[in-house]
Write a protein that binds this ligand. Structure first.
Ligand code: APR
Ligand code: PHB
Length: 395
């Protein structure tokens, strides 16, 4: 087989890149290790910046987010059992974020790709990349016991943190930056009305961090900071709801409607960046190149902007026969990535209980939170990062 771009991975990065390239008339094939059902079964983030919503509209799948998304103008911070609204829209000349699940984004893109009849190979085993330093790289894989190979001009490594693509950048050229946090998040999805439909709530409590989010007016998503050693089985629904109530302010705690969980999982928190994001004809995008702790809701949005930049570079390569975009891709992306890494690290540090910082650390957190909710300057900084810094920021 032959195509212009092979995309490894059918998460949001791979699917969105496929849609953007197709719109520009560039042929692409997606190779994904899992089944479509498995990919759609993963519950992940749910807050979209305006640039991400615009990209979905641009490729023609905006109807889902436009009808199913909930626009938010505010986030709330809770500390010392009191809730403080941060009017993010007011502080950013009207910018908003939209609550719409990554699962739904993936579903919308996957459905469109199937309807357009664009080629995708799911359940592909032993995916491997070859000759990435040449002008004719190849991707091979096994499907139904048969080995197959696709030759192409460019490869997009959109295969997430545990994917195969990043491993093809020689170790002496790859620099990795990492911080692993000493706690995880347990997340629960439940078909109950959200406790705070107009604002995402971030709580710093002496019992640990808590987050109230939503997928729709009838589906909520909640998270609690928990020890990394905890197992999902140790968290009955009842224990989860009781603990969440203890970490919220009294008003929200009384309003919380509980129910049976439809998904429950524990995830570690990590900050990670791999540099550079290109080697030869291979380009990394999304979680394959970087991870942020979910506190700032930046993971999916960063993946979307990587892919926007990558599609522009690839379009320039094929349609204008210019290498300028692909040569600049890694540097251009990394600027935005490090800004989001900084913001996610900062909000994580501010909102969680750290086992090793003691009472001094807690006093500093309280002082900063008090400063934040009373200072227009610091609230604006939080707001402008939360809604997403402009695409051309600082350039
Ligand atoms: N070959 C082919 N596909 C692979 C391989 C492989 N060797 N390894 C992994 N994959 C697939 C995974 O099964 C997954 O479907 O690549 C896809 C990567 O998808 P994601 O992990 O969702 O990564 P990405 O598309 O970059 O999306 C980033 O996901 O984790 C969240 O917070 C993150 O919201 C952000 C988003
Ligand atoms: C979510 O809705 O899953 C969510 C919201 C905000 C975050 C992280 C996750 O910061």
């Amino acid at each position: 087989m032959k195509t212009q771009v092979v995309i490894v991975g059918a998460g949001p990065s791979g699917l969105l890149l496929g849609a953007l390239l197709h719109k520009a008339g560039i042929d692409n094939i997606i190779v994904e290790r899992q089944t479509p059902e498995y990919v759609l079964g993963r519950i992940r983030a749910g807050i979209l910046e305006q640039v991400t919503v615009d990209l979905l509209r641009d490729v023609g799948v905006g109807a889902g987010v436009d009808t199913g998304g909930t626009i938010h103008h505010e986030i709330d911070l809770v500390f010392k059992n009191k809730r403080y609204p941060i009017p993010v829209s007011q502080l950013t000349s009207g910018k908003v974020v939209t609550a719409y699940g990554q699962t739904e984004v993936t579903h919308d893109l996957m459905t469109q790709r199937t309807e357009l009849g664009l080629p995708s190979f799911y359940s592909a085993d032993e995916v491997d990349l070859h000759d990435i330093e040449s002008k004719t790289p190849r991707v091979s894989f096994s499907k139904d016991g048969r080995r197959q190979e696709i030759s192409c001009e460019l490869i997009a490594g959109c295969d997430g943190f545990h994917g195969v693509s990043r491993k093809h950048i020689p170790t002496h050229l790859l620099k990795e930056f990492e911080r692993v946090y000493p706690f995880g998040w347990i997340g629960v999805l439940a078909d109950v009305p959200p406790v705070s439909p107009h604002a995402i709530v971030y709580a710093n409590s002496e019992r640990g961090f808590a987050l109230c989010s939503m997928r729709s007016m009838t589906r909520s998503r909640y998270y609690l900071q928990c020890p990394l050693s905890d197992k999902v089985d140790e968290w009955s629904d009842e224990r989860f709801w009781d603990e969440l109530k203890l970490r919220l302010d009294p008003e929200l705690s009384n309003k919380l409607i509980t129910g049976t969980s439809i998904e429950k999982s524990i995830a570690p928190l990590r900050s990670y960046v791999a540099e550079p994001m290109r080697h030869g004809q291979l380009f990394l995008a999304g979680d394959a190149a970087h991870i942020v702790p979910p506190t700032g809701a930046k993971g999916l949005n960063l993946a979307a902007t990587d892919v926007k930049y990558l599609s522009e570079a690839m379009i320039e390569f094929f349609n204008e026969k210019s290498n300028a975009g692909i040569d600049n891709y890694s540097e251009r992306c990394l600027k935005r990535i490090w800004r989001a890494e900084r913001f996610s690290w900062w909000l994580t540090s501010l909102m969680h209980r750290f086992p090793d910082t003691g009472e001094f650390g807690q006093k500093i957190q309280e002082a900063e939170l008090e400063y934040l909710v009373n200072s227009q300057a610091l609230s604006t900084s939080l707001a402008e990062n939360y809604v997403g810094l402009p695409l051309d920021f600082g350039s």
